[in-house]
Structure formats: C-alpha cells, structure tokens
Ligand binder design. Structure first.
Ligand code: TPP
Ligand code: SF4
Ligand code: MG
Length: 296
C-alpha cells in the first residue's frame, strides 16, 4: 500500500459561483460569496439588496451563482430574507437555507432597522455582511463601517473620517441572537467552518466578513488576501464567535500582533495620514483588542 500522504480539504469542492462575474479584479466580496456558498450548498436562496453584489452576479437572465437570487431594496435584506423563509415554510420547505447578503452600508446604516427587527424576532436565516468599509457600488462614499483615518469621496483627504467604525457585532450581540461570527477571506477554512456551523443553528445568525476592495481602498488587486490577513494579524479585524449574545470565543488568538504600519502603507485611502495619526489608530486597535480579550 502506498504511504503517500493524502491531504484532506476542509473546503467543499463544488463551485456554486462561476467565473465571468462582473466584479473588479481582486474583489474580496466575491471570494466571500464563493466560500459561503461552498459551505451552505445548493439548497440556498440568496437575498441581495443594492450593493456591489447586486451587480456582480450579472444581468438577468444571466447569473454567476447556481442558486436562486432575490434582488431587493437597499434597506430590506433582513426583512426580505425573513419573508422568503416564511414563504418557504408555508409550502412545506424546511430545508432550504435563506441567506441575506448585504454590504456594510446596507447593514451598519440603511438596513439596520430591518436587521434589528428580524434579530429581535429571532427570524430564521443567515445574514452575511461583507464589509468593504464604504458604499463602493455608488463610488466610495463613507459608511459607518469606514474606519478612522480613511479617505472616501465624502471624506476627502483634508477632512478624512475622524469617527471610529461602528461596533456592529456589539449591536447584534445585544439582541442575544444565537450565533455571531467574524470571518475573513484570508482564512477560508475558518470562514467555511463558521458558515457551516451557522447553517445548523436555528434563528438569526450573523456573519461579519472582512472583504478588502482594491477599487475603494486604492490597493493592488494582488494584495487583497495579504490585507485581509494583516487585518487579522494586527488585531484590526479579530476572528471570534459569540454564542447567544454572551459567550465570546477567539477563533485565532494572535500572541504577537503585528504593528498596523504595513496594513496602512499598502492602501492609498490612508496615504495622507501623518505619523501621529497612524499612532492614534494603533492605540485604538490595541485598546479594542484588549477589551475583546477580556470578554473571552
Ligand atoms: C434607498 C436607496 N438609497 C440609495 C441607493 C443607492 N445605492 C445603491 S448601492 C449603494 C451602496 C451600497 O453600499 P454597501 O452596502 O456598503 O455595498 P457595496 O456597494 O460597498 O458593496 C447605494 C448608496 C439605493 N439603491 N437605494
Ligand atoms: S468596487 Fe470593490 S467591492 Fe465592488 S466589485 Fe469592485 S472590488 Fe468588489
Ligand atoms: Mg460597502
């Protein structure tokens, strides 16, 4: 018998997303969708509000996804998903996973009311927010997910964003929903594991996926995974899970976090920042990371 080692892939081979989609080169949001669909499988319906992903899948009757898509209004990802789930149950389908798929603008800002309502009712669907930290589809406007220091077209260099990123995970945790996880396109095994875990839980499940955007971050398409990895390794975007709004578990504890300099340097949206401003950013990352560790 051969002693050759066989590597076991934890990511399903089946592709539910085809090439030929309409995203920019190096789009993190596209990688996020590919991994999540691999985890959830064919029996999935996706509800997509206005966002880059409303364009990426292609014009009707074409689609880069092999699952049904329900395009809905910008603010309605969660209420649409709740309605689709109720409709499926009415016709006796209890198996299909309903996936609300929205950007940070559609989640942190305009869709927050619908999401809060669904989370309070514990409606039964998975909500993914792919976070590229601005309203990218309409030309890079600031959202409440945009971090301190970033340039956007509505926070120009001389008036860069001075407010911090909104704590969306904290807001969802306050609703006491059964499952929340952060995930990154740089850690696909962890991402797929979390999406699979979410699939097997009932109630509102929220995945916050970090998805670099070369066009909006003014970064190189080939640096997308590097940036997503640096965000985790610096503590800017830690990977963790929260069960029932209470129990917080780190998925990957970074013993020696990297300084944020490399992460900042690779992105044109931070190019204007002075040393003291980067230092302020670093101090805030340190403070938030220590706070998170205390919760675990
Ligand atoms: C009610 C409403 N307001 C504004 C818009 C215009 N609009 C479409 S997509 C979009 C930006 C979406 O940003 P985000 O949710 O972060 O997704 P991204 O484009 O970054 O993928 C905006 C402002 C709209 N379609 N409907
Ligand atoms: S603008 Fe950004 S999020 Fe939108 S398709 Fe291009 S890379 Fe992806
Ligand atoms: Mg966005």
């Amino acid at each position: 018998m051969s002693k050759e080692k066989v590597m076991k892939l934890s990511i399903p081979e089946e592709e539910l997303m085809s090439p030929g989609h309409l995203a920019c080169q190096g789009c993190g949001a596209t990688m996020a969708m590919r991994y999540v669909l691999k985890a959830l499988g064919r029996k999935t319906v996706v509800c997509i509000p206005a966002c880059c992903w409303a364009v990426i899948d292609g014009p009707f009757p074409h689609s880069s996804l092999s699952v049904p898509i329900f395009h809905c209004a910008f603010e309605t990802a969660a209420s649409t998903a709740a309605g689709v789930k109720a409709g499926l149950e009415m016709v006796g389908d209890k198996e299909t996973t309903v996936l609300a798929w929205a950007g940070d603008g559609g989640t942190f800002d305009i869709g927050l009311q619908a999401l809060s309502g669904a989370a309070e009712r514990n409606d039964d669907f998975i909500y993914v927010c792919y976070d590229n930290e601005a309203y990218m589809n309409t030309g890079i406007q600031r959202s409440s997910a945009t971090p301190y220091g970033a340039w956007t077209t509505t926070t120009p260099v001389k008036h860069f964003k001075v407010r911090p990123k909104k704590d969306i995970v904290g807001i969802l945790a306050a609703h006491g929903i059964p499952y929340i996880a952060t995930a990154s396109v740089a850690y696909p095994e962890d991402l797929v594991k979390k999406a699979r875990k979410a699939k097997d839980i009932k109630g509102t499940r929220f995945l916050h996926i970090y998805a670099p955007c070369p066009s909006g971050w003014k970064s190189r398409p080939e640096d997308t995974v590097k940036l997503a990895r640096l965000a985790v390794q610096t503590g800017i975007f830690p990977l963790f899970e929260i069960a029932d709004g209470e129990t917080t578990t780190m998925s990957l504890k970074i013993e020696k976090r990297k300084p944020i300099d490399d992460y900042v340097r690779l992105q044109g949206r931070f190019r204007h920042l002075k040393e003291n401003e980067v230092a302020a950013m670093q101090a805030e990352v340190d403070r938030k990371y220590e706070k998170l560790l205390k919760r675990c």
